[in-house]
Design a protein. Sequence first.
Length: 718
Amino acid sequence: MKIKSNTRIVEPSSPKKPGLIPRRDFLKYLGGGVLIIFTPLEACKNMAESVQGARSVPKDFNAFLHISEDGIVTCFTGKIEMGQGTITALAQMMADELDVAIKNMKMVMGDTALCPWDEGTWGSLSVREFGPVMRKAAAEARAVLIQMASEQLKVPVARLTVSNGIVTDKLDNSKTISYAHLAKGKKIEKHLNEKPKVKAPSEFKIIGKPYKRTDSTLKVTGEAKYAGDIKIPGMMFARIVRPPSYGATLISADTTEAEKIPGIQVVRDNDLVALLHLSRDKVDEAIVKVKAEFSQIEMSVTDKTVIDHYLKSATKGNIINSKGDIAAGQKLSDKIIESEFYDGYVAHAPMEPHTAAAMIDGDKITVWASSQAPFSTRDAIAEKLKIPSEKIRVIIPFVGGGFGGKADNPQTVEAARITKLSGKPVMLAYTREEEFFYDTLRPAGLNRVKSGIDKDGKVTFWDFSVYCAGDRGSDTIYDVPHQKTTVFDQGENDPQVHPFAVGPWRAPGNSNNTHAREMQICVMAAKAGMDPLEFRIRNLKDEKMIAVLKAVADKFGYTPGKGPSGRGYGIACGTDVDTWVALMAEVKVDKNTGHIQVVRVSCAQDMGMCVNPQGTLLQIEGCITMGMGYALTEELLFDGTKMITQNFDTYEIPRFSWVPEINAVILDRMDQPPGGGGEPAIICMGGVIASAVFDATGAILYHMPITRARMLEALKKV
């Protein structure tokens, strides 16, 4: 089968430069914005298969790169691009290590037939974990190419230098040879026993420089292609008969009325009942005519009673940190503060819902998926369909937001099952209601904090308990002689704890724990009669945390003031993915309506080596904007296992009018390993807004999100 289409090549230096290329043969469509290699595709595919092992990162540098006969260097990565900017940062890293021009770099991302194995795109690991491995591969490739040049030019290696992919004799500029001439578009067979070192920061020419996102023009103009944009001749649109509540199982499905619509096809496989039609509108019309019966799970918990539910269902806690003696710390305390903080369930709510296109050709299946994990997606399909993973190819075009929610990809397995059952190409895109229903939610969490201070404003003890949200970000951070952290029920996918499936949501658990810790610190500072910044620094020994706090204060233009000062200034800090982060915010609170307007936010990050400062700034801005949602409005309402919140009419995400003035400073730490940039700033947004509201009004907000109703209720207690 041939799929007729035109596609675009994305180049880091020139995202608008099109390469309109006619379709060649079976399944060479990767989606606009991701490099499509046509002439050498089969050679690259064979090369990839020969150098990568199953479910492991390959040792051979050929798995990571290919140099074509025209000098274009292709970077292969199992990572995907979902808005975090790795399409640019990884290209920068490889270009710098190889000494090639950034304009000659192209990216192939998330294709299981072409790219080296990868565990998935999450945890801000693309630059900090995959990046160093890729750089080592590029460093070896560069050294091998220089050796090859030495042999052909008959010049010692020590006399050779490289610039923009051209190897030149330092003593005779007429002696040159290009990478393209050396590689000839083929796999490089030569390897080194002693691996070269990667470049030192002083040698960087591209890493650390700001580059515009290479996919930005495509996305702004609407040219970027996603899984839902795939078009295959004869493709059928699919809808699946869905249960009314989570965990319900299908008993029967009467499709008689649905089948009266001309062109409707029904496929069944045990628990799967799907309707197909060439028109999406027709299959939408048909699905509501199906009369289905389900057995349902009853669970007596709602969004209003879930806190009590947590406390009743919590099992014995696991102490993950213990230092000193809490009782001894209490005796040293002049003041003791006890608090309970609660953060509700939050949806990922990506603009692009879970989507997959699938087709079968002989004994092979290809799936284009909105997914963060192409290889585990492939393996899940193989397991369900009981076919070898080598017979399955998963291709990830651009992904329209994931935030951890597309690490689990049920739609891909469903699409593959349907295409195998029907023998036809299939498009399966979740409706917005299905997206909310099947999303793996950020778990709601409860934090109980008991702490003390002495007369000098030093924290004497810290007793921190986490219920159901997980322990990420639960570190004490502050210098406390007597401290303990207890975690009750991580609770992931435990039906006795959570009424819905839960999973990672941008720094899982850290936003909950940072909110609780930083609000407790603000309250303690007020009780001590101290400025909240001064109080933090007095109780810190972590030099990196002190540095980011001082940097953000300088960026914000902060002047000390005891809280609540009435100014509406908030502070929060924390660590995530090897990055230290501090935020300051200014808010205005309308005491008549409860409306909170975030006026400005400043952020400082110590993230080690920053590959692309421009990309990092965009990530910070995205974290701050998204973080306002969980802090102010995003709340899921449910009754037992029935989801009440089903769309954006009742689930309010941040709007353009909300966006505050944002500025940031990235500390110069280029001599350090890279930390993550995709998650740190968001962990502080709940804490920084709540502490700013406290500074503005004196009201302590224990419950996230801070809706207008909760704000008005808290004001009554001031």
